[in-house]
Write a protein that binds this ligand. Sequence first.
Ligand SMILES: NC(=O)C1=CN([C@@H]2O[C@H](COP(=O)(O)OP(=O)(O)OC[C@H]3O[C@@H](n4cnc5c(N)ncnc54)[C@H](OP(=O)(O)O)[C@@H]3O)[C@@H](O)[C@H]2O)C=CC1
Ligand SMILES: CC(=O)[C@@H](O)[C@H](O)COP(=O)(O)O
Ligand SMILES: [Mn+2]
Length: 391
Amino acid sequence: MTTFPKRIALLGSTGSIGRQTLDVVRRFPEHFRIVAMAARSNVDLLAQQVQEFQPELVTCFADTPEVEAKARRLLPQALIGEQGLLAVATHSDADIVVAATSGLVGLMPTLAAIGAGKTIALANKETLVMAGHLVTQAAQRVGVPIYPIDSEHSAIWQCLRGEETSSIHRLLLTASGGPFRATPLEELKTVTVKQALAHPTWSMGPKITIDSATLMNKALEVIESHWLFGVPYEKMEVVVHPESIIHSMVEFIDGSVKMQASLPSMHLPIMNALAYPDRLDSAETDFIRELRWADVASLHFEDLDLERFPCFRLAVEAGKRGGTYPCVLVGADEEAVELFLTRKISYIEIAQLIDAALERHQSIEQPDVAATLDACAWARRTVRELWKKRA
Ligand SMILES: NC(=O)C1=CN([C@@H]2O[C@H](COP(=O)(O)OP(=O)(O)OC[C@H]3O[C@@H](n4cnc5c(N)ncnc54)[C@H](OP(=O)(O)O)[C@@H]3O)[C@@H](O)[C@H]2O)C=CC1
Ligand SMILES: CC(=O)[C@@H](O)[C@H](O)COP(=O)(O)O
Ligand SMILES: [Mn+2]
């Protein structure tokens, strides 16, 4: 039987997933309590959240001296600096850690949380992509569960309840196709950051939104599925579904297909991960609207256009090759997306730089944590150097 309230440590409280997690906690105070929270630079919002949720521990990474000064002024009780994420992830009062920072910074706190025996509610997909073997082995060793928050994985997780992995014929991950699904190929050379950030169905942080535009996000999700559900790459397919209402499907060996549908809102997968094995009543919320027949009357599905989205092939290939290739993928992507967001490279150069970094890499098998982080750092440096040579 579940004991409520569950006590939550929230990594990335000021982000898109972090804020939606707090919406859920705010709505179900008898079910959840925030005991610790961490953010990087949005001190104003973090201070408001601390005021409202009264965590026992708050930390701010503070990536510049200005942010640090502000954090010391507005949050004198906060732990400042890089140790903060680890302290939040291992807080002794937390039952469950919501891993919702963006990018590769998610790995170490997630491993630390597992080591401390915490249940993981995982939004940060980069963690499993770059270190799937380390994270899943650690979780198995300690005996802690990893509940997915990513919408596709939440859908698959729900479809698999009561089923055997041996009954899976294939996983079908849906992809919205992003803002450039139908853009003439020639125009992709000149698309802007603003256009790339205009996701057709989801409102998310900038890194994942650009990954959705390049379809890197979907490839990361294929790799994430491999680790979460233990399904080989040959048994996974991606189908473009522009409405983002079917969040993914599982086809079983007898031909039956289960799919999970809901309007695009991350509140539902967050609620699912936090409340598992229970389900909370969404009628009690103002952020989840029930699905009406009109919403599903006209749904569309298309094949994925691999020529349009070179990042997809590059990334799945890196996942299949294994070793340190997935670490390089995550590091190179993080750097290339940063260069694009700061308007230093064009949209099509994202894939070119990631490709060049993967080409140059000498992979090692079964990397440990240090080798994983080294490979990510090497990839970031390599992308930056390649860009400087071009510029
Ligand atoms: N948004 C979504 O709908 C979905 C997101 N995900 C995944 O969830 C993760 C989070 O995404 P999203 O919420 O969109 O991202 P955002 O960019 O909106 O938020 C990122 C959060 O992480 C914090 N953060 C970043 N670096 C650090 C650091 N070094 N120390 C402490 N905090 C840090 C940010 O703090 P600050 O704001 O102060 O800078 C912010 O709170 C990503 O891995 C993404 O792929 C998966 C599925 C859906
Ligand atoms: C909400 C969520 O889970 C995102 O990861 C979503 O999948 C992004 O949409 P795309 O299908 O465009 O990548
Ligand atoms: Mn997703």
